[in-house]
Write a protein that binds this ligand. Structure first.
Ligand SMILES: Cc1cc2nc3c(=O)[nH]c(=O)nc-3n(C[C@H](O)[C@H](O)[C@H](O)COP(=O)(O)O)c2cc1C
Length: 207
């Protein structure tokens, strides 16, 4: 097995910030998960849609768009994702949904954690995202995190200790399960698993 298949490289996690606000609560939640995952040895990168806005997805006009191509490249690089969004009417922000609309194959077989800034718990937002992740053949952690603005201090640190603990647990699970899924995905893509033992990602092998 090559290094990329045997899992000796660090897990790559992409955090996606789906809020348009400069002092965003959901961005602070993403930052906390990424920092905690980095402390566990993951490679982390942030895709901040405030800094890297994407054009409104158009199946025809978006082909060849440089911002969309850059987002696709980041998503291809990632083994796992932290999706952060405000609760907008019980659903994710348009910016985050638009990010997902630009992608599909780049998400298949990968693990997702969901964090939501919400005055409620953001459960319907999490359900919306779980559906989109499933449609892209991704895996979502079986729990998420939802928190109001008051849970984050002015400096962007997570002020609520129970929330901080949950986000750190999320980082731990992302690294542990993300690595298992990453290794299996790469083995299937590299034809390192036998035909009888190969799973759905093997169908995405390029000849
Ligand atoms: C258009 C809009 C719709 C919203 N809908 C909800 C909602 O349904 N439930 C809720 O708890 N908060 C709702 N909010 C409040 C935001 O989710 C909340 O302010 C959140 O902390 C913003 O996250 P951010 O700081 O990451 O941008 C809404 C805000 C906006 C602007």
């Amino acid at each position: 097995l090559s290094d990329s298949v045997s899992g000796t490289r660090a897990l790559r996690i992409l955090g996606v910030i789906g809020s348009p606000r400069s002092d965003s609560t959901s961005a602070a939640l993403v930052d906390r998960v990424l920092a905690s995952a980095a402390a566990l040895g993951a490679d982390t990168v942030t895709c901040d849609l405030r800094v890297r806005p994407l054009p409104f997805f158009d199946p025809v006009a978006s082909v060849g768009d440089p911002a969309a191509a850059a987002a696709r490249e980041l998503a291809r690089w990632a083994d796992a994702f932290v999706l952060g969004t405000p609760d907008y009417h019980g659903a994710p922000s348009g910016a985050l949904k638009n990010f997902l609309d630009h992608l599909w194959r780049e998400l298949a077989g990968k693990l997702f954690a969901i964090v939501v800034a919400s005055n409620e718990k953001g459960l319907s937002v999490q359900d919306h995202l779980r559906t989109s992740i499933r449609q892209c053949y991704g895996w979502a952690l079986p729990y998420g995190a939802g928190a109001p603005a008051a849970a984050v201090a002015d400096d962007g640190s997570v002020a609520d200790p129970r929330l901080a603990e949950r986000l750190d647990m999320m980082a731990c699970d992302l690294v542990a399960y993300g690595t298992l899924l990453r290794d299996r995905r790469l083995a299937d893509l590299a034809a390192a698993s036998s035909p009888r033992e190969s799973g759905f990602m093997a169908r995405r092998r390029t000849p």
